[in-house]
Design a protein around this ligand. Structure first.
Ligand SMILES: [Zn+2]
Length: 231
């Protein structure tokens, strides 16, 4: 096997290691609670607090109405008991009863409005709970997938690194040094020759260079300095 093929193999191994490391990192980054899950939970909490507020408002209005009705009953009882004879006192009692009746009507009206709002809020709450349930199920499935994928990536990286080390051991050190130096400057040290041009810089090669790139010796692109690989 020519040294160029080995160097290309080394480059491909290193590229795959990098891609797998990236995938592993991305998977790790997705572990834990997602934004979508946090948002869905927050919406449930908001809907819940709106509903709870309306419910307690409804209860307090109902108590208020009961209280007013008890007062009205007492006023009416006094009015029609015949015990109160003084016209001024009777007129005061009548006035009080009227006021209480009017307040009861107002309270009942408000209670109905609040009940309606509470019903709407309850619907919204159950809708948000359903959304949360769906988001949670999706999130859980994704987490399971991630947890399963991570050990696979780790094993693959170990395997690839081992292959890389073996390959490096099989290449003369001077070529490794050349490879590393070009890699440092260009990112990728080996470039394929595609339709007579260097894959790295896309500049056409001279026929002499093309010829040499097919030999077993290392031939560098005259333009970018990458090691040329011709099939
Ligand atoms: Zn080039």
């Amino acid at each position: 096997m020519s040294v160029v093929i080995k160097l290309l193999g080394l480059q491909e191994l290193e590229n795959e290691i990098r891609a797998t490391e990236k995938a592993l990192e991305a998977s790790r980054g997705k572990l834990g609670e997602s934004q979508a899950l946090k948002k869905a939970r927050e919406k449930v909490n908001q809907a819940e607090s709106i509903f709870n507020e309306l419910s307690s408002r409804q209860k307090s209005l109902e108590w208020q109405a009961e209280d007013l009705k008890a007062k009205l009953d007492r006023a009416n009882e006094q009015l029609y008991s015949g015990r109160v004879k003084n016209p001024k006192e009777l007129s005061n009692l009548q006035h009080e009863a009227q006021l209480l009746s009017s307040n009861i009507s107002k309270t009942d009206e408000e209670t109905l409005e609040v009940i309606e709002k509470a019903e709407t809020a309850e619907d919204a709450l159950s809708q948000q709970k359903e959304t949360l349930r769906q988001v949670e199920a999706e999130w859980q499935a994704e987490q399971e997938e991630l947890k399963n994928a991570i050990p696979g990536y780790q094993a693959r990286i170990t395997e690839l690194r081992q292959k890389r080390d073996e390959l490096i051991g099989a290449i003369d050190e001077q070529y490794i040094r050349i490879y590393e130096r070009i890699k440092l400057q260009r990112g990728q040290a080996v470039a394929r020759v595609l339709q007579g041009a260097c894959e790295g810089c896309h500049i056409s090669l001279s026929s002499a260079q093309l010829q040499r790139s097919r030999s077993t010796n290392i031939e560098k692109c005259a333009n970018c300095g990458r090691i040329l690989f011709s099939e």
